[in-house]
Structure formats: structure tokens, C-alpha cells
Design a protein around this ligand. Structure first.
Ligand SMILES: [Zn+2]
Length: 590
């Protein structure tokens, strides 16, 4: 049976027409380009299938808040029938989650074979989840019906129909996920379409075509989605996985073919290679196709929300992520940077501030004078040509020794500031000492002696590594003089042994990421001694933090691409890699 013969059920009309369509501008074949699509985020359900991603109920509530802050239409919160954590999430959500733009959706599957819908546990859990909308998944591939479900095609159709009808009877808005739809359609289109028809006739609001194995390519998506849009009056949505690297491209192709509902995950989280990355799909649809997605004035929230959620789910943001990555608008080559100084749009596909990101000039020994001049300008520093030349020489020497200022923006800024004659005078280090004991707890002890004005302070602290112990001792020593330090935390610590190729001893490079809840900065230390390298990176980390927080010489506005939290959300700070466990002792004398 051909899909354009598919009759649409009377109840299926409700979902249709939610978004009017207008003529597609670039294609003769594609019927219409929708004016708007509904963004459906499934980070809390499908996205949390990602390896290594484990969210508590509190994490889930906070991720949902961020998604709502971004302005997605639907948030799939989890599978209340499948695990107690998701059941708790839906139980707490009504009281603890105040959603402004988003509707919460509970996920489940169709009734089991041979069981009445009203007797099915999963469907009953869905009703009890107390949401306005639910999403149920059904097998839309003949192969999966016979092999995985081990039932007949007729029963599979009845399962889809009965389950949707049951949920509609409870006045729920029903999204119908047609699992394995694209693969099933390639093998047995008649069956896959009849599954959609069963759901539409039972009153499903949205028929979601799922590329469960993620192997479909955009040209196939375009014609299959166009056929379904033409064949059904019910709203058609899509759900892509990224196994062929095409999840975002497929989502765009589907919208061009008339789909008005796009599922995906912020930052492309998900099993295997992930789901369609909404952080790229949303700007592509909004800015390139001019199709409404989230409210237009919230598009600039997408970079901070992407980074904030990365922090909530405890994964490092991918700097190369399109639109929202820290490197998305970073320019390194000398030729580019001098050209971009003249024409901002010469090497950027959009204005970065549209998505809350920013242009960044990456400085390294490879970069020319113009890159460095731009960087200084970005920081609001005045450096004459002689000073610039001196900084460039210093950079070259340091990078030869193993420093890598491209990734250490905090240390680079301190270097540039020093070139203007500035010297940090918050405290003066007299000495430090680190002792690593081979006891059962593997604790490291650090002693730090510093001077602040006339005060000489000695502090001792323990930690589970040299950075942690030094950080604790230094904070213990100078913390009472600088209360703002309590808001500054180390978030990551990386050590790399470098092969300098000079035949001398190996050199260690230490990078420390630090945040004050508003921005993240990276500092660097390099030495043949890991403790010394750690100290250098830590010293810069603390000095940069104090510089930021003091009225004196407050650095330029935080770079949006490194913003740790959205402007009006509560700051969240991940625990340092070396967990703090300190018993600090401190003495002060005049
Ligand atoms: Zn999926």
C-alpha cells in the first residue's frame, strides 16, 4: 500500500495544522516549509542512555529547569514504569519544577502482546505520572515485530491502536514514537505505514518517525518524510540518532519535507554516537531555515545552557561542537585573524552572539603580531608595538619549553597584563613544601609560607594529591584576607608528560580549570617537577580569580563561550577532580 492512500482518522486532525506551512524556497519537489516546529528534548530519557551518564533525580530536575529556560516545547522526563528514579522524578516534578514554556512528557511503551491496555502496567504508570502529555514507543518494523516482539503483525497493530486509544481516553496528549520506522519502511513499507495509521486512527497527536539505528541518510529522510506528511493529517515528527553522523542533517531534511516536531538532546547526548544535537539543530532551523523553534529572543541562551547542562551531567563540553563549542568561533591562523580584524563575517558563518557565543582569538607562537594585538584589545589592554614584540618573544620561548597558551587563557591574560607593567601583589610566596605519604589514605601534605603585607603566614593542609593539598594550604593561609576565594573553585586538573625531544628529563605540563560560577579560566604550569608545575598553574589560577573579583583591574567582560552558567540561573560548580579532604592548620605572625 502506498502511503498517499493512507486515510487519516478523524481524531488525527487535532495534531495537524498546529503549524502552518509556507512554500519551500529552494525546492520544487518539497511541498512546504513549516513556519515553526516543536522542539522536543529527550535528554532526560534517551540522552541519559549515554555511556557514563548517570543522573540523580535532583540532576534531572535541574536539567529540566535549564531546558525550560532555553524554551523548548517539550521535555521528556523519563520512563516512570521502568525505574523508580524516573517515578520519583515525576512525583516530585509538579511541586519542584515550575515550567514556563515547556510541557513535561512521560515515556513508555505500548501494551504487551495479549494484554488489555487497561491491565498493562506500563500504560497505567504513564497515566499515574500525572503529565499532560505522554510518548509511547511501538515497533514500526515488520522484522522487529517478528524477531524482537515475537508476535503477529495484526497484534502489533492492535497494540499500537489500543495503547493510544487508552491514553487518549485519559485525556493525554499522545506522541507516538514509531521505532525503527526508516529501516522498517525500507524493508516493508506497507507494514510501517499501517502502524502509523493504527496510531493516527486511535487519536495520536504526533506520529514520530524514528531512525533508531541512526543509519539513514538525508536524501532518504527527505522523500520518506514528505510522503508521510502528504499521507497523514496528523502532525509528523522525527527522532534521529547520529550513527552515520547525519542526525542534525536528517532533522533539517525532515523539516524541509514538512515535519513540524523535532526530537533530540541538548549537546547530542545519547547512546552510541548520540541523538540529534539540539544545540546545532535549533540554530540551524532558526537562523538558516528561518523556521521558528524556541522563542527567538532566547536563542542567545543556547551556549550558556549547553555548558550549564554539561556541568550538571558532569561531562566536559566539546570545544568543537558547532555553534556552542568554545572553539566554534576561535581563530588561530595569522592570516585569518588579520582578515577577521577587518571583516568579522569573513571567517564566521553567523554572528556568534546570536547563539550566546563569542569570537575568540587563539594565541600561540604560531600566531602573528596581529593575533596578539587583537587579544590585547579583547582584554582592553594597551600594548605598544615594542611591548607586543617582547610578549611575542616570551611566548615563543615559553611554548618551546612546553607551555601551551592556546588552552590556558587565564595564564595568557596574566602574561599580557604583566607586559603592561602590572604585577600581582596580593600575596608573596616565601616557600612551599609537599610531602606524599605512603600511608593507607594516600594523603598528601602541603606546607605553604606566604606574606601579605607585614603578615607572615604559615599553613599546613592535607589533600588527596599535590594540587589539592597545595590549594587547601594556600586557601587556608590567605583565605581570611580574601573572602572571595570561597566562591572560586578548581573544577579540573590535567597532567601531561611531554616528550620535548631534547634528550633531557621529561617535562610535565599541568593545566587547571577554575571557576567563580560565572566564567571558567584555565591556567598552566610547566616544569620537570610535577609539584612545581602544579604550583605555577595553581598560583595563576588563584591570582586570576582574585584579579577578577577585585575592583582593581577587573578583566574584560567574561567571554560568553566560557560562561559557566546562564545569566539568571543559580551558579553550579562541579566538585574538583581531587576531592577536598583537608585538616588545615594555620599560623600567622607579624
Ligand atoms: Zn532514540
Amino acid at each position: 500500500m502506498s502511503p498517499d492512500q493512507v486515510p487519516a482518522g478523524a481524531a488525527a486532525q487535532r495534531g495537524a495544522g498546529a503549524h502552518r506551512h509556507r512554500q519551500a524556497s529552494h525546492s520544487h519537489d518539497l511541498p512546504v516549509l513549516p513556519e515553526a516546529v516543536d522542539i522536543f528534548d529527550t535528554t532526560l530519557r534517551d540522552g541519559s542512555q549515554q555511556e557514563g551518564l548517570s543522573l540523580t533525580v535532583d540532576d534531572k530536575l535541574r536539567v529540566a529547569e535549564q531546558l525550560d529556560h532555553l524554551g523548548v516545547a517539550f521535555i521528556e522526563g523519563g520512563w516512570p514504569g521502568a525505574n523508580p528514579k524516573d517515578a520519583e522524578f515525576f512525583a516530585r516534578a509538579p511541586a519542584e519544577l515550575r515550567l514556563g514554556t515547556a510541557t513535561l512528557v512521560a515515556f513508555g511503551s505500548t501494551r504487551r502482546a495479549g494484554v488489555k491496555a487497561e491491565d498493562d502496567e506500563v500504560l497505567r504508570h504513564l497515566v499515574k505520572a500525572n503529565t499532560e502529555a505522554v510518548c509511547i514507543v511501538a515497533k514500526a518494523s515488520a522484522l522487529h515485530v517478528s524477531e524482537a516482539l515475537r508476535t503477529s503483525k495484526d497484534e502489533a497493530l492492535a497494540m499500537a491502536h489500543d495503547s493510544v486509544a487508552f491514553l487518549r481516553h485519559h485525556d493525554l496528549r499522545v506522541f507516538f514514537d514509531a521505532e525503527h520506522f526508516f529501516d522498517g519502511y525500507a524493508e516493508d513499507p506497507g507494514f510501517s505505514v499501517s502502524v502509523l495509521r493504527a496510531a493516527a486512527e486511535a487519536g495520536a497527536d504526533t506520529l514520530v518517525l524514528c531512525d533508531t539505528n541512526g543509519g539513514t541518510l538525508p536524501h532518504d529522510v527527505e522523500h520518506i518524510v514528505a510522503e508521510m506528511v502528504a499521507g497523514f493529517d496528523t502532525q509528523v515528527g522525527v527522532h534521529f540518532h547520529n550513527d552515520s553522523g547525519c542526525a542534525v542533517a536528517n532533522s533539517i531534511a525532515a523539516v524541509r519535507a514538512g515535519a513540524t516536531h523535532v526530537q533530540g538532546c541538548i549537546n547530542g547526548y545519547g547512546e552510541r554516537t548520540g541523538n540529534a544535537d539540539l544545540s546545532a539543530a535549533i540554530p540551524n532551523l532558526s537562523l538558516k531555515l528561518r523556521v521558528r523553534t524556541i522563542p527567538e529572543d532566547r536563542l542567545e541562551r543556547i551556549t550558556p545552557v549547553s555548558h550549564h547542562i554539561a556541568e550538571l551531567v558532569n561531562t566536559a563540553p566539546n570545544p568543537q561542537q558547532p555553534y556552542v563549542g568554545a572553539a566554534a568561533f576561535a581563530h588561530k591562523a595569522g592570516l585569518h585573524t588579520s582578515a577577521i580584524a577587518r571583516r568579522r563575517d569573513a571567517y564566521e558563518h553567523i554572528a556568534p552572539d546570536l547563539v550566546g557565543n563569542g569570537t575568540r582569538f587563539v594565541v600561540s607562537e604560531m600566531a602573528g603580531r596581529s593575533t596578539l594585538a587583537l587579544k590585547a584589545e579583547e582584554l582592553g589592554l594597551e600594548l605598544d608595538s615594542e611591548a607586543l614584540g617582547a610578549v611575542l618573544d616570551t611566548l615563543k620561548v615559553l611554548e618551546h619549553r612546553g607551555y601551551h597558551f592556546e588552552v590556558a587563557d587565564g595564564s595568557l591574560e596574566l602574561l599580557l597584563r604583566r607586559a603592561t607593567g602590572w604585577e600581582p601583589d596580593y600575596f608573596e610566596l616565601e616557600s612551599f613544601r609537599v610531602i606524599a605519604d605512603h600511608d593507607r589514605q594516600h594523603l598528601t601534605e602541603a606546607t605553604v609560607k606566604v606574606r601579605i603585607g607585614d603578615h607572615r603566614i604559615l599553613a599546613v593542609a592535607e589533600g588527596n594529591g599535590p594540587v589539592n593539598a597545595l590549594d587547601s594550604a594556600l586557601r587556608s593561609a590567605i583565605g581570611p584576607h580574601f573572602p572571595e576565594l570561597s566562591g572560586i573553585h578548581l573544577v579540573d586538573y590535567r597532567v601531561r608528560v611531554l616528550d620535548t625531544g631534547t634528550g633531557t628529563a621529561a617535562v610535565t605540563r599541568v593545566l587547571i580549570d577554575t571557576t567563580d560560577g560565572e566564567v571558567v579560566w584555565t591556567t598552566i604550569g610547566v616544569s620537570e617537577n610535577v609539584i612545581e608545575a602544579s604550583w605555577q598553574a595553581l598560583f595563576d589560577s588563584i591570582v586570576y580569580g582574585l584579579l577578577r573579583s577585585r575592583s582593581f583591574g577587573r578583566p574584560a567582560a567574561p567571554r560568553p563561550d566560557r560562561r559557566a552558567t546562564p545569566t539568571d540561573a543559580a551558579p553550579t560548580v562541579a566538585a574538583p577532580t581531587e576531592a577536598a579532604r583537608t585538616e588545615a592548620a594555620r599560623t600567622e605572625e607579624r
